[in-house]
Write a protein that binds this ligand. Structure first.
Ligand SMILES: Cc1cc2nc3c(=O)[nH]c(=O)nc-3n(C[C@H](O)[C@H](O)[C@H](O)COP(=O)(O)OP(=O)(O)OC[C@H]3O[C@@H](n4cnc5c(N)ncnc54)[C@H](O)[C@@H]3O)c2cc1C
Length: 208
């Protein structure tokens, strides 16, 4: 998977929002150490977590499965715009037949798990889909035989409060391995001077 941070709110916006409450704008150091400490103290330690909602992050996420997408979409406090499957199916229709062992070739369309039997079955499902498309069935109907491993991409926007919740739930070892990888990759893509806000939410490493 590839995660690119395409936009984020500077910390000063959140610090100024907090300073609105006490009209202490003169104490700001323009997003420096004092402001960073204020955001952490009010947003995290004092639990005025709504102040963290002033920080927004927009990511472009590529090469994740529809299985992951289904779980990502459960996070209601975020916005998604997903590449249309109708569009990607057009590319698949032009392909030559796939054999179960052609994992490298199929990886253009599928997220592979590293478990040979699962991945080969996934390629066979892709080949079934290709045959349906080649038979002239419309994309709107053909998409019902998409495997869960089918790759997609999306723009995902989320505020800092919700991102903390997402990272804490999805970096946990109880989460699906692929979304766990996404959680760790998202954390790595957050600007370095913002990472301290999320350090307590992130658990363990990506999947083994
Ligand atoms: C390990 C794991 C296993 C899971 N297994 C399953 C499963 O088997 N089946 C299944 O259906 N789901 C499952 N889920 C999904 C889970 O139930 C949540 O839907 C998902 O994690 C989104 O979390 P969220 O509601 O906190 O996030 P968001 O939807 O982003 O909500 C953020 C926060 O806003 C508040 N909020 C949002 N909407 C409401 C509301 N309507 N009322 C009150 N407060 C609200 C809550 O405080 C919530 O934590 C699983 C999740 C994990 C991490």
């Amino acid at each position: 998977m590839i995660v690119t941070l395409i936009h984020h709110t500077p910390l000063i916006v959140c610090a100024d929002a907090i300073r609105t409450c006490w009209q202490s704008f003169d104490k700001s150091d323009q997003g420096g150490e004092k402001d960073r400490e204020l955001i952490d103290r009010v947003g995290n330690k004092f639990k005025h977590a709504s102040t963290l909602e002033h920080l927004h992050y927009t990511f472009y996420i590529e090469g994740v499965s529809r299985a992951l997408l289904q779980e990502l979409a459960r996070h209601r406090m975020a916005s998604l715009s997903v590449k249309s499957t109708r569009y990607t199916l057009k590319e698949l229709k032009e392909e030559a037949p796939f054999e179960a062992t052609q994992l490298e070739r199929a990886a253009q369309y599928l997220v592979l798990t590293g478990v040979e039997m699962v991945d080969q079955m996934s390629v066979l499902a892709l080949e079934n889909l290709r045959q349906v498309l080649a038979a002239g069935i419309s994309n709107d109907r053909a998409k019902y035989c998409l495997p869960e491993s089918y790759k997609t991409e999306l723009t995902w926007s989320i505020n800092a409060r919700s991102l903390q919740n997402f990272l804490s739930l999805r970096s946990d070892k109880a989460a699906l391995w692929e979304i766990r990888d996404l959680a760790h990759t998202l954390y790595g893509a957050v600007p370095q001077d913002h990472q301290y806000l999320f350090a307590a939410s992130i658990k363990g490493e990506g999947h083994e």
